[in-house]
Design a protein around this ligand. Sequence first.
Ligand SMILES: [Zn+2]
Ligand SMILES: [Zn+2]
Length: 162
Amino acid sequence: MSTADLLRQRGIQVTAQRLAVLRAVAGQPHITADGVAEIVRAEIGTISLQSVYDALGLLVTEGLIRRIQPAGSPARFEDRVGDNHHHLICRICGRLVDVDCAVHAAPCLTPPEGLGYEIDEAEVAYWGRCPECVAQAATASVADPAPRRRERKPARPPQPRA
Ligand SMILES: [Zn+2]
Ligand SMILES: [Zn+2]
């Protein structure tokens, strides 16, 4: 189905701006609003950041895209919706990737009983270190016996042992 049909199917008026915004998100999962604005400007010319936010907000409300906001990060948008997938986020380099839900159906965490709320989703984010940052830390600790630091160091080959 074309992007325009996707909008029409939801009863959303098709505009060049909305099409471009939806295509930008589809082409680059987990993109920020700034990133969307950059792509859309290159494609159709001037668009205000507010118009980008408006289009993103509408597409989120209509369920065509999903908005995620990891702590300490600007909001990000993706068009992979409806599968209750989660995200792995690296604390060191900030890389964010998709991971399938092990349970598949939402909510995948069981809340305590008797809350009186109708719960349809548990927001899950896995925080840690990505494989590259883990490998880098291992290399750094071989080369440098000083305590591990939080900032990312340039790659350096292991030093020969004395
Ligand atoms: Zn990392
Ligand atoms: Zn995702």
